[in-house]
Design a protein around this ligand. Structure first.
Ligand code: COD
Ligand code: ATP
Length: 198
């Protein structure tokens, strides 16, 4: 079974992904793949630079992620351009990495895909596991974690489908407003119901 782990920015996907890995179930992370393909020499690097211009490069020749982030999170047109370059490569690698784990004998693989709803990637997964916190907690955690102010945090949240709208299509929801122990208990309960073991 392929499980899609998703949520909204800073709702706690990475936190839950770490718990899943500790339980021995492999996790493939779309954010990590997106980072790799945009590194110098990565599959999307040249196209990103030719599309956004050399002024998004830092002195060492790599992409200035924070500058690119400011551009794409405040401008839907720019965001669509970046998504069109990066997402097809990410999708392809998600699938091939999941397949590799299955060939190693893993019955269950988790794909951590922040934009599963936005990119309509439901066909890649058998179940959707949504990590939910109410939007005011989401904003507070994003501001505390990234330390880039409320305005930047809001613009990043607004670049995604609202977390409350994602609830309906989820197969299971982890409510991550309490302690991490409470979150882990919910995860284990869901995995037990789904018969997910290492
Ligand atoms: C713009 C970039 C360089 C900013 O980098 P930065 O290090 O600040 O953020 P990071 O990569 O850690 O992403 C943090 C979170 O932002 C959100 N996010 C990232 N990209 C997008 C996007 N295109 N649209 C909406 N939300 C996004 C996700 O929730 C993600 O988990 C980077 O986010 C990026 O390359 N985005 C495009 C690729 C992408 O869509 N990645 C998301 C999963 S495929
Ligand atoms: N149950 C919790 N209680 C308190 N803080 C938490 C809890 N879960 C996560 N956090 C904190 O909230 C922040 C966001 O969590 P995390 O980084 O796991 O979110 P994410 O969904 O992976 O974010 P992104 O979309 O940016 O990748 C982090 O600083 C994390 O330590």
């Amino acid at each position: 079974m392929i499980i899609g782990l998703t949520g909204g920015i800073a709702t706690g996907k990475s936190t839950v992904a770490n718990m899943i890995k500790q339980a021995g179930v492999p996790v493939v992370d779309a954010d990590v793949i997106a980072k790799e393909v945009m590194q110098v020499g990565g599959a999307a690097f040249d196209q990103v630079v030719s599309t956004f211009g050399e002024d998004i490069l830092q002195e060492d020749g790599s992409i200035n992620r924070s500058l690119l982030g400011d551009r794409i999170f405040s401008d839907e047109g720019q965001r669509k351009k970046l998504n069109a370059i990066v997402h097809p490569v990410v999708r392809e690698q998600l699938l091939s990495k999941a397949k590799a784990y299955q060939q190693e004998g893993h019955k269950h693989v988790v794909l951590d895909i922040p934009l599963l709803y936005e990119s309509n990637l439901f066909h890649l997964v058998d179940k959707v596991l949504l990590v939910y916190v109410q939007p005011d907690i989401q904003l507070e955690r994003l501001v505390t974690r990234d330390k880039n102010g409320v305005e930047q945090a809001r613009s990043r949240m607004n670049a995604q489908i609202a977390i409350d709208e994602k609830v309906e299509r989820a197969d299971e929801i982890i409510r991550n407003h309490g302690s991490k122990e409470e979150t882990e208990r919910q995860l284990h309960h869901i995995f037990k119901n789904w018969n997910v073991r290492q």
